[in-house]
Ligand binder design. Structure first.
Ligand code: ADP
Ligand code: LRH
Length: 469
């Protein structure tokens, strides 16, 4: 009997059920189900549709069972920082507001009255991003103090789905670190920090590591799915899973997890919480086996996703290859924007935001959509180039290669720009890096691989990794 493993990988733009099995010492993947994701506006806030996403999770498991490929184990990973608060009846308090919502504007000023930015970085090693869970908790405390008062449990998005599937509430380390509430040295919730910001520590459960078993599906869920399976914790933070699947075992490379966000960095054994690192806004996210991902968030393909949405009409949906062809025609357009400018985080119109940035910085304003896209491509590549220089400065090393994983690695126009701008060797693949990292942890748990190195070796021999010319 073939043993199947299932990764449910939900990114900000889409979710997918990727099934895996081992055959002739290779990992074979099969996409069983896919669904869209994105924010919706409710009562003036950007929210996630958790109920719909949960239905999709169940539908996808059912699709595996229907195909006669019921998974023995499964794991869920999603984007970081977002969470729900549950009351004593285990019901969600309020809407599940998404990290791009503006409710956290100015929460940095409030937080600074409680702890200095320097001390916060020294304790957590996490980059300042206004969407981090710490700022979101302060925003809730301001607008709905009753939610904090009535909260019994803090569950991040994948943990909430695991709870709905199994009835078991379990916090997981890698995703917890994204929130800026975990101490980089103790690798546990920073209880003193929680005290100082007035958030009750009782709502935070023990932090569990990837490979921990959450439990079996509840009987009513197993019935809907048409199968029983064991839910396991992968690195529930998608970036944590993606970086596990980088197909290399040496350390002469920089990774770029390329999707809605671009996450560019290196793996390290210790968190670097120096003032210089803080100035560059590098982050130290907790990973599998307590490895740290020293990386930078770059606005990423979110910018193109939005331009695409603005171009699509009822009669025409542009494919990514069509968009790339338009951008190629306009190549040579000179303007560059700072991708990480806050005006690109959640603009009403990305096209207008790019044009306005060019105007206010005295640059040529892109007119055609091709020109707008070229500005985005070149600006992303410029950010990667700057980040490579900063990573080399901070680590005191030079790197030969960049490994690009995730949906964005299919964009050869972008891959070529990365090569041209950074001057590094660029390798693209695997596309489903995040799902693969999730699956690798399940395979490490059942002993199919003894070590992460062995698993990474198997990834390298199982998937076609393209060297970009
Ligand atoms: P998420 O972070 O939402 O999980 P993905 O890893 O799925 O994102 O990557 C989605 C992005 O990958 C798209 O926005 C698009 O820019 C890029 N992409 C996906 N398919 C293609 C393709 N066929 N060609 C070029 N780019 C693609
Ligand atoms: C990528 C990601 C990233 C976080 C952001 C919120 O999907 O998890 O690592 O910073 O979403």
């Amino acid at each position: 009997m073939m043993k199947y493993y299932l990764a449910v990988d939900i990114g900000a733009s889409s979710g997918r059920h990727i099934l895996a099995h081992l055959e002739d010492e290779k990992i074979i993947l099969e996409e069983m189900y896919r669904f869209t994701n994105g924010n919706v506006t409710r009562d003036g806030h950007l929210c996630w549709e958790l109920d719909r996403l949960f239905e999709e999770i169940v539908n996808g498991i059912a699709a595996c069972a229907k195909a006669g490929k019921a998974p023995s184990s499964m794991g869920i990973d999603t984007w970081g920082v977002d969470f729900v608060l549950l009351d004593k009846n285990n019901q969600i308090l309020g809407d599940t507001i998404a990290y791009r919502d503006s409710r956290t504007d100015d929460m940095d000023k409030l937080l600074e009255t409680m702890i200095s930015p320097e001390e916060l970085y020294e304790r957590t090693g996490i980059q300042k991003q206004l969407y981090n869970s710490i700022y979101q908790l302060l925003a809730i405390k301001n607008e709905h103090p009753e939610y904090i008062k009535n909260a019994e449990h803090y569950l991040m998005v994948p943990e909430y789905f695991n709870y709905l599937l199994t009835g078991v509430m379990m916090n997981e380390y890698t995703n917890a670190t994204t929130g800026q509430l975990v101490n980089a040295v103790t690798k546990d919730w920073d209880y003193e920090l929680l005290d100082r910001i007035g958030i009750p520590s009782k709502i935070f459960g023990k932090l569990h590591m990837p490979k921990t078993s959450v439990g079996m599906l509840k009987p009513e869920i197993a019935k809907k799915c048409g199968c029983q399976t064991e839910v396991i914790l992968p690195a529930t933070h998608d970036t944590g899973s993606a970086v596990l699947a980088v197909p290399a075992n040496d350390d002469d490379f920089i990774y770029l997890s390329s999707g809605t966000w671009s996450l560019m960095g290196i793996e390290r054994k210790y968190a670097e919480c120096s003032l210089k690192s803080m100035k560059y806004n590098f982050t130290n996210e907790g990973g599998y086996d307590y490895r740290f991902r020293y990386l930078k968030n770059i606005m990423g393909l979110w910018m193109l996703q939005n331009v695409r949405k603005e171009m699509n009409t009822d009669n025409k949906t542009y494919t990514f290859p069509e968009l790339i062809a338009m951008a190629k025609e306009a190549d040579g357009f000179p303007s560059i924007v700072n991708c990480n400018d806050s005006s690109f985080l959640a603009p009403k119109s990305m096209t207008d935001a790019v044009r306005y940035y060019c105007e206010r910085t005295g640059q040529k304003i892109p007119q055609s959509m091709g020109e707008v896209m070229v500005v985005i491509y070149n600006s992303l590549a410029q950010s990667y180039k700057d980040t490579v220089a900063e990573l080399e400065e901070m680590s005191g090393r030079k790197f030969t290669r960049i490994h690009v994983v995730g949906g964005g690695c299919q964009d050869m126009f972008l891959n070529q720009k990365i090569k041209t701008f950074t001057g590094k060797e660029v390798y693209a693949g695997p596309v489903e890096g995040t799902a693969l990292g999730n699956l690798m942890v399940q395979m490490l748990k059942d002993g199919s691989f003894k070590t992460l190195e062995e698993a990474r070796e198997c990834v390298a021999s199982s998937f076609d990794v393209k060297k970009v010319d």
